[in-house]
Design a protein around this ligand. Sequence first.
Ligand code: NAI
Ligand code: ENO
Length: 309
Amino acid sequence: MPAPFDKVAIIGLGLIGSSIARATREAMPGLQLSGFDAEDGIRDRARGLQLVDQLPDDAAEAVDNADLVILCVPVGAMGAAAAAIAPSLKPAAIITDVGSSKASVAETLRQALPGATIIPGHPIAGTENSGPEAGFATLFKGRWSILTPAADAPMHAIEKLTAFWSALGAKVECMDPRQHDLTLAVTSHLPHLIAYTIVGTARELENVTEGEVIKYSAGGFRDFTRIAASNPTMWRDIFLSNKEAVLDVLDRFRGDLAGLEQAIRDDDGATLHDWFSRTRAIRRAIIDQGQDVAAADFGRASSPAQPKG
Ligand SMILES: NC(=O)C1=CN([C@@H]2O[C@H](COP(=O)(O)OP(=O)(O)OC[C@H]3O[C@@H](n4cnc5c(N)ncnc54)[C@H](O)[C@@H]3O)[C@@H](O)[C@H]2O)C=CC1
Ligand SMILES: O=C(O)C(=O)Cc1ccc(O)cc1
């Protein structure tokens, strides 16, 4: 199939931007790629890696004549990135982003780029690493890429963006932005908040445990430390931009945690066993659906799928 775009501009050349560049090069070698990053040092490193064909020192120059512009910056920087490209966007250009929250980003982009064709997006694929060296071409293979177009978004733009992500190996689905934000608050944002909490708590307990938390850190805690090593700027922005949904799921989580705390206090083994059995079934269902590609891809699955029964 021919590439859906002639020229694609990637703004923000960190983990996600550089992965898109690498994957696009592999899947659509004839396509013209340009890029920009606000940090001089990142631009230099991206040039060294030869991630794109053109990498000017100016955002507006990078999007000149681009058919698709992909904003790959932290959610809190979307407004500034959009404002910087506004003067030189070609009228027919499609603007998308990869931000981890959608309703507030969509509103920011609408305000910064009035009249532009904006199709917000979010590839549900990533790692705890950042920067242009951290990206890799296979990141999106077999993973979901969610689009959250407004009701009046032009169908041809949605179709072209779908074709682009499909060429990178992603499975594409459209979703309402609020539905996206609530779903991701449960499946991604709350788990990160818990990891950030538990690793910080363990660090504070080091005085009590005399360094043994780190020394004997076993499977469970190690998994949390990977997630808690995620990009602080990016995650600060995610929590502040998806505040409502995160606070909503946090409230429910607190209720469930209190229930388990009470069961422990009451020596109520049946409640604990019942809860843990249900969560085990959820893990198995996810693996049966083939959704555990992240761990498999990175060759760091913490444990193989448990045998049934
Ligand atoms: N890291 C992950 O696992 C995933 C991240 N995302 C989303 O992708 C976006 C980018 O994240 P990463 O690539 O991981 O971060 P990153 O930190 O690796 O890269 C972001 C880049 O954006 C640049 N930048 C910041 N403000 C800018 C501006 N105004 N103009 C141009 N460049 C600017 C930074 O210098 C940096 O190089 C975020 O919105 C994040 O929520 C989405 C899916 C997964
Ligand atoms: O590294 C991990 O476990 C992740 O969960 C990566 C990730 C981070 C943010 C997203 O919006 C999507 C995926």
